[in-house]
Structures are given as C-alpha cells and as structure tokens.
Write a protein that binds this ligand. Structure first.
Ligand code: ATP
Ligand code: MG
Length: 227
C-alpha cells in the first residue's frame, strides 16, 4: 500500500494549553487511488500531510509509506523516503528562487537520481508552462508558480503524491486541467494521490472523499453536501 495510517493522534500548543488537533486517524490508500481531503480552515489538513511527509515529528500512531514504517524510521531512512517515494505539493509552493523553471521542475527527480529532461519538458507542456522554462520564480504569477510546483512534484514519479490545495490559485480552466493531469498520472503510474481541496466539484472527481472535523477523519459519500 502506498499509504497506511493507524490510530494517529497529534497534539499542538494552543496558547498556554495543549490541544488534540488530530485524534484516532486511520486511513489506507491503494495504488492508483485518488483521495480528497476536505475540512474547514484550521481543521488540520496541512498538519496531517506534513506528518505523512515526515516534515513534522509523529507523536502517536503508525504511518507506513509504501510499506515502510515512518514511525520507526531513522533520519536517514526518512530522508530517503522523502526523496524516493513521496512528493508533496505545498500550499505555498516552496519553489527554489535561485533556480529557473526547468531546474525547479527537475529538482525532485535529480534528488531521487532519476532525472529525465524529456519527462520534465512533457510535464511543462501538459501544465502550460513550457514557455516559461528560463524564467525565475519571482517573475511568475501565483498560478504559474503553482503549476511549476505541481510539475516538480511529478517529475520524480512518486508512489505517493500529497497535494495541498494544488488548484487554490488557478482559474477554472487551469484547475480542471491540473486535476485531470494529476488523476491520469496517478492512474497510469499506479501512484496514490491525497489531495486537500475546498472544492466539492474537485472532490467529486476523486475515488474517495474524507473530511476532517473536530479532529476526526470520516469518509464522505460522493454527492453528500459539505457540513
Ligand atoms: N506547529 C504548530 N504549533 C502550534 N499550532 C499549530 C502548528 N501547526 C498548526 N497549528 C495549528 O493547527 C491548526 C491546524 O492547522 P493546519 O494548517 O493543519 O490547518 P488546515 O486544515 O490546513 O487549514 P487551511 O485550510 O487554512 O490551510 C491551526 O489552528 C494552526 O494554527
Ligand atoms: Mg492548510
């Protein structure tokens, strides 16, 4: 399985108090499966993605990425997992300002040791950013930066792709294209996709929809209203 989470609990500091943000979270995502993660602002969606990507220390519970236990991994194993197995599209892009668009796209693939320029160029073309390859991030619009971040995440062909509101800054046409591309690449590479989205229309294109509310994760049946 690309992702298995068992009984995860996570506490945060809220002023002087400790508060449980995530409680008894369990989730399984199969190869090629595309899952939407919804929930109000502040419900813990980004925190959950950061825990899966081993960017925040796990407090309680188990996370297996591609069968490997993150909760028992050494720093070296965690860093290898981040480079080789999973990719994350951040809510705020996190592009490298000193690299142009082409080098930003190829960055993850280079880290994973599987850089392939034709794959980078094909992703750029699919995402409509192939005219920007020589540009630097500070000259791009929010939507263009978002598409570069998406291409960079896909360049290393991850087994598990985590995407935090990847269409948040895109107009409807680009957003539709990006979602179609993510879904088709996930299916053709047998990668699992976990995508945070506030859009019901996008959530309904996924195989399954989960909602985070009051710390708990529950499955929403497709077609059910947000609430
Ligand atoms: N390291 C931290 N220390 C303390 N509080 C934190 C920390 N990280 C997140 N929080 C708090 O946890 C809550 C959840 O944050 P998170 O960013 O995960 O929400 P979210 O569901 O992604 O929201 P949004 O939809 O606005 O992006 C927020 O109240 C936030 O302030
Ligand atoms: Mg968030």
């Amino acid at each position: 399985m690309p992702l298995t989470i068992n009984n995860l609990n996570h506490q945060i500091h809220d002023g002087h108090l400790q508060r449980w943000l995530l409680t008894r979270i369990s989730l399984e995502i199969a190869p090629g499966e595309c899952v939407a993660l919804t929930g109000d602002s502040g419900s813990g969606k980004t925190t959950l993605l950061n825990l899966i990507a081993a960017l925040e220390p796990l407090q309680q519970g188990e996370i297996y990425v591609s069968g490997q236990p993150l909760h028992r991994a050494t720093d070296k194993e965690r860093s290898r997992l981040r480079k080789q197995t999973l990719a994350i599209i951040f809510q705020h892009y996190n592009l490298l300002s000193c690299l142009n668009v082409l080098d930003n796209i190829g960055f993850s693939a280079r880290l994973a040791g599987r850089y392939d320029e034709s794959h980078s160029l094909s992703l750029a073309k699919h995402l409509g950013i192939d005219h920007l390859l020589e540009h630097y991030p500070d000259t791009l619009s929010g939507g263009e930066m978002q598409r570069v971040a998406i291409a960079r995440a896909l360049s290393a062909r991850p087994k598990l792709l985590l995407a935090d509101e990847p269409t948040g800054n895109l107009d409807n046409r680009n957003s539709d294209q990006v979602v179609k591309l993510l879904l088709s690449l996930a299916k053709s590479h047998h990668s699992a996709l976990l995508m945070v989205t506030h859009s019901s229309a996008i959530a309904e294109k996924m195989d399954k929809v989960y909602q985070l509310k009051d710390g708990c994760l529950s499955r929403r049946l497709l077609g059910e209203q947000n609430g």
